[in-house]
Design a protein around this ligand. Structure first.
Ligand code: ZN
Length: 257
């Protein structure tokens, strides 16, 4: 019988936690380790991967066996090899879900899938953040209150350079007055993408029950609904008989008889 669990790979560049004692104090096993522990559930098979591993821990075999990939990066976007980014993009096109976290808005993989620069305004002042559920019927919003707060977070402000087909699930208000589209979805090929803003490494955001609820919902929503090569195109035989033409043509145009 086919394994019905969702195979989740949590990828983290894993740099701040090693370099900065204050971050390590919050996430002693790394952000990936904390998320793996907090998101653990009977229907999830969770593994982690980090930048320093061979092929960044994202071999073709691991990606082929990943239903949903979470991605946290900040300090080392440029160190991620283009060949691995292409491999991840291909898997999303085929149907793998991807959840892009916080500062990964500037990661190569998000910019490739989103299709714009991914830039935004930011401020590191420990603003209070209030997240509003904009689309309560969306599966990612299941079980959330109308709004919830994080006592301290980095501020991200609009304009946020995201694709025009983004569907907004959550929006943030910050103590300093800014607004931000904090949670949105995109479809890329067969794969689903969810971007979720909170998660600055200096704060214990990934222990917040509402944040974990969003991520848990997003993993289950982003699992593949279809997994096949994309685009799955070929040169089909016609379904109906095509009428005789009074002209002939080749690949560059009509050849008069
Ligand atoms: Zn940050």
């Amino acid at each position: 019988m086919k394994n019905v669990k969702i195979n989740v790979t949590i990828w983290n560049e894993y740099i701040h936690e090693k370099k900065e004692p204050s971050v390590r104090a919050i996430y002693p096993d790394g952000i990936h380790g904390a998320l793996a522990k907090k998101l653990a559930a009977p229907d999830l098979e969770i593994r982690t991967a980090t930048l320093e591993e061979p092929e960044h821990g994202l071999t073709q075999e691991i990606l082929n066996n990943t239903d949903v990939l979470l991605w946290w990066g900040h300090a080392a976007h440029e160190e991620v090899k283009d060949s691995i980014v292409s491999r991840v993009q291909q898997r999303v096109w085929e149907g793998m879900g991807i959840i892009v976290l916080h500062s990964a808005h500037m990661s190569k993989i998000f910019r490739a899938l989103n299709g714009t620069s991914g830039k935004l305004h930011w401020r590191e002042a420990g603003d209070r953040e209030r997240l509003w559920v904009i689309d309560p019927a969306h599966p990612i919003a299941a079980g959330l209150p109308e709004h919830f707060e994080l006592p301290y977070e980095e501020m991200y402000g609009e304009p946020f350079m995201i694709a025009g087909d983004a569907k907004i699930v959550l929006m943030s208000w910050f103590e300093g007055g800014e607004l931000f589209r904090s949670g949105f979805t995109l479809q890329r090929g067969n794969g689903r993408l969810f971007y979720f803003r909170p998660g600055h490494e200096a704060f214990p955001t990934y222990y917040d029950p509402n944040v974990l609820k969003v991520l848990g919902n997003a993993i289950r929503w982003a699992r593949p609904t279809l997994s096949m090569p994309y685009p799955n195109t070929h040169a089909p035989d016609p379904l109906e008989k095509i009428s005789e033409k009074t002209f002939k043509f080749d690949k560059v145009g009509i050849i008069k008889e």
